[in-house]
Design a protein around this ligand. Sequence first.
Ligand SMILES: CC(C)(COP(=O)(O)OP(=O)(O)OC[C@H]1O[C@@H](n2cnc3c(N)ncnc32)[C@H](O)[C@@H]1OP(=O)(O)O)[C@@H](O)C(=O)NCCC(=O)NCCS
Length: 208
Amino acid sequence: MSGSDYTIRPEAPSDYRAAEELTREAFWNVYRPGCTEHYVLHCFREREEFVPELDLVMEKDRKLIGHIMYARAEIQADDGRKIPILAFGPISIAPEYQRKGYGKILLDDSMKKAADLGAGAICIEGNPDFYGKSGFVTASTKGIHYFAEPREAEVPYFLVRELKEGYLNGVTGTYRPPEGYFIDEEETEQFDKSFPPKEKLKLPGQLV
Ligand SMILES: CC(C)(COP(=O)(O)OP(=O)(O)OC[C@H]1O[C@@H](n2cnc3c(N)ncnc32)[C@H](O)[C@@H]1OP(=O)(O)O)[C@@H](O)C(=O)NCCC(=O)NCCS
């Protein structure tokens, strides 16, 4: 997809390192001192849940300014079914291009592609202020619960969006992110050393 001043295209192997650098820059010190998302991305490309068709980069001025990846996931339904869905993330926009609308454009374009591939719904943990603008709602209002929280909790950061209307009708159950999102902290530390040094800071608003 091309807009007036950007292009969205599949990630190529020659983009891998730049996408990891971009991810590191975007997430650094946002949710914790430092970040782990660049290592999540690095490992995910080899995993079977990874969706190559939805591994996308955004370019502007011949520079990589955005990236998103998706993974196959499932809802463990209370009636025993496993409902196939997608998860995505990390999604990153280069710091100097944030809050200019590019993240929403990249997300919305990738969700169109996901729908074209036949996906029925997406679950994501994240900021409702950003994802709400792209049609995500609190998952517990749809009867979908987050594995790490009590069943009765309304979890404001756990969100769902149907891509096929009615896909989750009659479904209640629990979601656990795909294994690729759970990474080893020590391995992450080692991987991070292959990037230029960057100061880890404890800042207000971080989750960890
Ligand atoms: C989150 C991210 C992908 C959003 O991309 P972006 O290009 O900055 O966002 P957009 O400009 O498209 O935002 C669209 C709307 O979403 C909302 N929004 C975006 N980021 C937000 C934030 N951090 N806090 C609150 N609202 C936010 C805003 O309402 C924004 O509209 P506004 O700027 O007119 O208020 C990007 O900021 C980023 O890479 N952040 C660091 C990494 C990260 O947090 N990734 C997501 C993990 S869940």
